[in-house]
Design a protein around this ligand. Structure first.
Ligand code: MSP
Length: 468
């Protein structure tokens, strides 16, 4: 296979302004995209983000706020773009499901599935959670409520729908592919959860809605619209179809998602693609939740932290660092602003920032001129490739500690001439190596460091991370 990498984030609902929970997936995807751009070259990476704009949830939210759905979508999709810009997210394209080009691809894909005989008409009766935009089975309920939206009772809905033969597709196509490793569900414990749920039994699911007008019409029956999840999942595929020169990126190499939406990605999305006769993505990785005092951060619970709040206080790279290190990737983690201060001061102001200031000062005092020949070549980072971001950062921070120690031991303030030059040149080399490692994580800081330590006369500069 050609060396290319296509990574996606979930497309966010436009009823909710961006918060650091939504920023979490996007930032992780950004780190991965930046890493693979170094590995494969810029033109061989495609990083897609976007917004999920159709369906009942958005239509209702818009109404409550006195907007039409598209007005709300226009407004909130801008907020997402702004938030990603603030966090220096290097996405290649921002897809919106209200884009007519996307709508056309959705319609074509559904028609293919229909033509292939995987769709039939049926009657749906049951409970629906508008917050999740999904039907709930008996065993999904906790105290008669959706566990993710306990503040609102699920609604009984009964309507004529088109169904996809999910049960048959899972048994004959999806499950064998999971078992043969044709695509990966990561981490392993999530794969086990999906397998267990498949073993419990899979029912066919509806792919259309009768009462929802804010959506993409079903091509063979225009009175119905595509179920918003089906419409949304297809974004990953449609972007590669309607954008110029992006076709080579399908199938996706990686869908990064939160654990709440893994089933849709690991099972339903695969079934849709297989039913349409399309290739399926290679990896699906589900991470955990940011919680505040044990509760998921979300608008409906009113406990969100907007990314801007962090960027204003800690700077872009400070915010990026704190978000990505908030918990072990893959696990849940509880967040508190107080703990952010502690980590910022310890790791960034004292650790990295201090080292950079220290070496710069020593170089400046020496009045030496430096000449450089070491620009770093790509080397494979196993930790990033396997989503162990905290370990990847730990390796870099170990190097920070090592250089600090080296300086303490060699005491360059007591040295002169060649001896001093040797210590400084070694330290500069290490700083450049640290900067190189930081590129995917803290791109602005990495570039600043690289620049500062590439001048013939190195000068002290303002601290990278002023103490809080
Ligand atoms: N629109 C759907 C996704 C469609 S993808 C084809 C959706 N949107 S969402 O806005 O509700 O959530 C998007 C992602 O953000 C999910 O992966 C979810 O897990 C993640 N997060 C939302 N809140 C989060 C936290 N508090 N913590 C970590 N991730 C969180 O679902």
């Amino acid at each position: 296979m050609a060396s290319k990498f296509y990574v996606t984030t979930p497309i966010y609902y436009v009823n909710d302004a961006p918060h650091i929970g939504s920023a979490y997936t996007t930032l992780a995807a950004d780190i991965i995209a930046r890493y693979y751009r170094i590995k494969y070259g810029k033109e061989n990476v495609f990083f897609l983000v976007g917004t999920d704009e159709h369906g009942q949830k958005i239509a209702r939210s818009a109404k409550e706020q006195g907007f039409t759905p598209i007005q709300l979508a226009n407004k909130v999709s801008e907020q997402f773009k702004n938030a990603w810009e603030l966090l220096n997210i290097s996405y290649d394209f921002f897809i919106r499901t209200s884009d007519p080009r996307h709508e056309k691809v959705v319609s074509e894909l559904l028609q293919k599935i229909y033509n292939n005989g995987y769709i039939y008409e049926g009657l749906y009766k049951g409970l629906y959670c508008v917050g999740c935009e999904r039907f709930l089975a008996e065993n999904d309920l906790v105290n008669d409520r959706c566990p993710l939206h306990p503040n609102k009772a699920p609604e009984y809905q009964e309507e004529k729908n088109y169904f996809i033969k999910l049960k048959e597709l899972v048994k004959n196509e999806v499950l064998p592919r999971i078992e043969k490793g044709k695509y990966n569900i990561l981490p392993q414990k999530r794969k086990n959860e999906i397998l267990a749920r498949i073993k419990e039994g899979v029912e066919d699911v509806s792919i259309s809605r009768e009462g929802v007008t804010w959506g993409i019409p079903i091509p063979w029956e225009k009175k119905q619209t595509a179920y918003v999840w089906v419409d949304a999942l297809i974004n990953y595929y449609s972007a590669t179809k309607f954008l110029e020169d992006k076709e080579k990126f399908w199938p996706a190499n990686l869908h990064l998602v939160g654990k709440d939406i893994l089933w849709f990605h690991a099972v339903i999305w695969q079934a849709l693609l297989i039913a349409a006769g399309e290739e399926i993505p290679e990896n699906i990785y589900a991470h955990g939740f940011f919680t505040i005092d044990g509760q998921k951060m979300s608008k409906s619970l009113g406990n969100t932290i907007p990314p801007k709040e962090l960027v204003d206080k800690y700077g872009v790279d400070g915010a990026r660092y704190l978000i990505i290190t908030a918990c072990t990737f893959g696990e849940d983690g509880d967040v508190s602003l107080k703990e952010f201060d502690v980590r910022f001061n310890a790791d960034l102001a004292n650790g990295l920032g201090n080292l950079v200031s220290r070496v710069a000062k020593l170089c400046e005092n020496s009045k030496f001129e430096f000449h450089y020949d070491n620009t770093y070549q790509y080397s494979k980072n196993e930790k990033i490739e396997s989503f162990r971001f905290d370990e990847a950062l730990k390796t870099i921070w170990d190097e920070v500690v090592e250089v600090d120690k080296y300086i303490n031991q060699t005491e360059p303030w007591n040295l002169k001439g060649d001896k001093l030059r040797e210590v400084l040149e070694k330290s500069i080399k290490s700083i450049k190596h640290i900067a190189y490692g930081l590129l995917p994580f803290l791109p602005g800081t990495a570039e600043k460091m690289e620049k500062q330590f590439s001048e013939p006369k190195i000068k002290s500069e303002a601290p990278l991370f002023p103490r809080i």
